[in-house]
Design a protein around this ligand. Structure first.
Ligand code: ATP
Ligand code: MG
Length: 392
């Protein structure tokens, strides 16, 4: 018996005239990913992507997991291939489907016949296949409204496909179809999730990480690069620009009012991010800020940092509770890395009494104590770029 993978497209089916372009983009991307798992033939037939192994050495499990990480795909299932005859469909159903019904009580069969020359109608196919399952597994019951398992039979152009283990795909839109954004990536829980969420909406990611060696460590940097690699499994490869804030932080401590350290630092970050975004052709900044989470994320504080941004700042987790962010971090596998205990530059020199209701004019007054533009330019020019190649 031959097993393949079927992928259903998500939102792109609403794309009208552009739909073909989106489908072709996804097929190309899946082919690229598939090269890591063996020889597969990948085609787009009637708005379903089929991934067919070409020999016995293919890693179908690996391919399946990877397909679930491709944005633009709504659902993924493994399917058995049958000849387009009821005999073969029934025989394959009896050998392939019981494993999916193990421990389950109810099922229904949904048949779809896109080949209209097939002698049975869809309801007839459903009835026959349902009967075959009931006779092979008499303890099962049919429940057409809330079945534990839905068995699907699709009679298509080239063959019939039988499957029961449909899983959610990554959803969203193909990466690259919505421009490029610059993610401010720290080693925390929130920013990798924020990057993932925007990549899901089709945004290609580039990232900037601010460090403060020797106050932050090499391990802290490696952790951020590791997080970028984890996000890249979904979003595709990410260029990470590493910028040193050491001098800026030392100057802030020497010259400015302690209560304003964090806010001033965040404005430096924003300004340097503006510069990186401009150079790299990014059209938005992305942060993991969540309203009220810390002093620098009150509405007043966000206004102060936002005032210096030259691009729209996407904050996809702004309205989410920590627990909701953690849930996504676990799902996308960044959580365990995010909680490794290394210092972030925001947590060195933290003020004892940070301003939670800062006034922009007061912050700018503090800012003028230092040559802001010059310090930003110096930090920007010293940036190092690390290309994090996606391992799908
Ligand atoms: P996270 O959990 O993502 O680390 P956080 O809880 O540490 O965020 P803040 O330190 O206030 O929160 O940072 C808010 C946002 O600012 C982060 O989500 C990230 O987008 C950005 N940011 C903070 N520190 C850095 C850094 N060292 N390098 C790049 N971006 C940063
Ligand atoms: Mg946070």
């Amino acid at each position: 018996m031959k097993e393949i993978i079927l992928c259903k497209y998500g939102e792109i089916v609403l794309k009208g005239a552009n739909r073909k372009y989106f489908e072709d983009t996804l097929v190309k991307e899946m082919r690229y990913r598939a090269s890591n798992f063996g020889k597969f033939s990948i085609t787009n037939i009637q708005s379903t992507m089929t991934i067919e192994p070409q020999d016995d050495f293919c890693d179908l499990d690996g391919m399946f997991e990877s397909a679930k990480r491709l944005f633009g795909i709504a659902a993924v299932s493994r399917a058995a291939v049958a000849e387009k005859s009821m005999e073969d469909i029934m025989a394959i159903t009896k050998s392939y489907i019981p494993a999916f019904l193990e421990g389950k009580r109810t099922f229904k069969v949904e048949a779809k016949r896109s080949d209209k020359t097939f002698p049975l109608s869809s309801p007839e196919i459903s009835r026959e296949v349902g009967g075959a399952i009931l006779s092979a597994m008499p303890r099962m019951r049919v429940d057409v409204h809330h079945p534990d398992v839905t068995v699907r039979v699709e009679v298509r152009e080239r063959a019939a496909y039988i499957h029961a283990g449909q899983e959610l795909g990554a959803g969203g839109l193909p990466v690259g179809t919505n421009g490029k954004g610059l993610l401010l990536l720290s080693g925390g829980i929130d920013s990798p999730v924020a990057g993932w969420m925007m990549a899901k909406r089709g945004v290609r990611l580039e990232a900037v990480y601010f460090e403060s060696i020797p106050y932050t460590s090499e391990q802290a940097r490696q952790k951020v690069l590791d997080l970028a690699a984890l996000v890249a499994r979904w979003s595709g490869s990410i260029m990470v620009h590493v910028v040193s804030l050491t001098k800026i932080q030392e100057e802030l401590v020497r010259n400015c009012d302690e209560d304003y350290f964090t806010l001033l630092l965040r404005r430096y970050m924003m300004q340097i991010a503006n510069m990186v975004a401009e150079k790299q052709g990014c059209q938005a900044l992305i942060t993991g800020e969540s309203l009220g989470q810390v002093a620098s994320q009150t509405m007043h504080a966000l206004n102060v940092t936002n005032a210096i941004a030259k691009y729209p700042v996407f904050r996809p987790v702004i309205g989410m509770d920590k627990e909701e962010i953690v849930q996504i971090a676990r799902r996308i596998d960044t959580f365990e890395t995010s909680i490794l205990p290394f210092e972030d530059c925001c947590t060195v020199f933290t003020p004892r009494h940070p301003k939670t209701k800062p006034v922009l004019e007061k912050v700018e007054e503090q800012e003028r104590k230092l040559p802001f533009d010059e310090l930003c330019r110096e930090a920007f020019e010293g940036a190092q770029a690390f290309y994090i190649k996606a391992k799908f």
